[in-house]
Design a protein around this ligand. Structure first.
Ligand SMILES: Nc1ncnc2c1ncn2[C@@H]1O[C@H](COP(=O)(O)OP(=O)(O)OP(=O)(O)O)[C@@H](O)[C@H]1O
Length: 233
């Protein structure tokens, strides 16, 4: 089991108010799956992704990811865990504007002890021909491809994607979904996708629904469809 979340709770204190971002969230995600996380704004989706990826700490519960029990790790061990196992993709790409495509991907490569080959990674995401361009010279879809290459070049065990197609039109968004599916099949990477687009659930092996910090539904999809056939919402 790659990811085992048990009764994980996380609160934020905001002035006098306590916000329950995660309430005893419990979830098991097997290896090599594509998982979508759906739920209304504020339901705890990003918080869940951030605790799984070791970006955030949580208050109580148990979280085992890639054989590591995250609540037992010291800060530097959590940083090592994140560098070694997790790749992150965000809606807003987060590329460094003053670096070229290849240099942006190099940032990811330097984080790893066993990085994948730069040229073949750029080829796999279809960006080798544009390796010397800067982010402002690229379309949104191309920038997201670079962000995916940056996350993948360190060969992470799982890819955590927070609204990866949220800023993209349907045609470009589906190309990104196709790439995520390819990554899952080619490298065996577990791919978690937060989305507001319910149609994307149909391409996943597992669909999770969150509400008010809890996981309220979790079910397997026996016949995931091709990303091209996803109904775009
Ligand atoms: N750093 C923070 N400080 C205070 N409250 C926070 C912080 N981060 C998240 N929250 C709160 O925790 C709750 C869960 O937020 P989270 O971002 O996980 O939800 P989400 O489902 O990802 O929402 P969205 O779909 O809008 O991105 C929300 O009420 C949010 O306001």
């Amino acid at each position: 089991m790659t990811i085992n979340v048990e009764n994980v709770t996380k609160t934020y204190e905001s002035g006098e108010v306590t916000i329950h971002a995660l309430r005893e969230a419990t979830l098991k995600i097997p290896d090599h799956k594509i998982v979508t996380i759906l739920g209304p704004s504020g339901s705890g989706k990003s918080t869940l992704l951030n605790v799984i990826g070791g970006i955030d700490r949580f208050d109580s519960g148990t979280l085992v990811v890639a054989g590591q029990q995250l609540e037992l790790l010291k800060d530097h061990q959590l940083t090592d865990f994140r560098r070694k196992y997790a790749g992150f993709i965000f809606q807003q790409y987060n590329l460094i504007p003053t670096l070229t495509v290849q240099e942006n991907v190099e940032v990811g490569r330097e984080l790893s002890e066993n990085p994948l080959d730069m040229k073949s990674m750029l080829e796999k995401v279809g960006m080798y021909d544009k390796k010397d361009k800067f982010p402002y010279q690229l379309s949104g879809g191309e920038q997201q491809r670079v962000a995916i290459a940056r996350a993948l070049i360190k060969n992470p065990q799982f890819l955590l994607c927070d609204e990866p197609t949220g800023a993209l039109d349907e045609v470009t968004g589906k190309k990104i979904l196709r790439l995520l599916k390819y990554v899952n099949e080619e490298f065996g990477t577990t791919v978690l996708i937060i989305t507001h687009n319910h149609g994307i659930g149909a391409m996943a092996h597992k669909i999770i629904k969150m509400s008010s910090g809890s996981i309220v539904e979790s079910f397997d999809n026996e016949s995931p469809i091709d990303p091209e056939k996803v109904t775009w919402a």
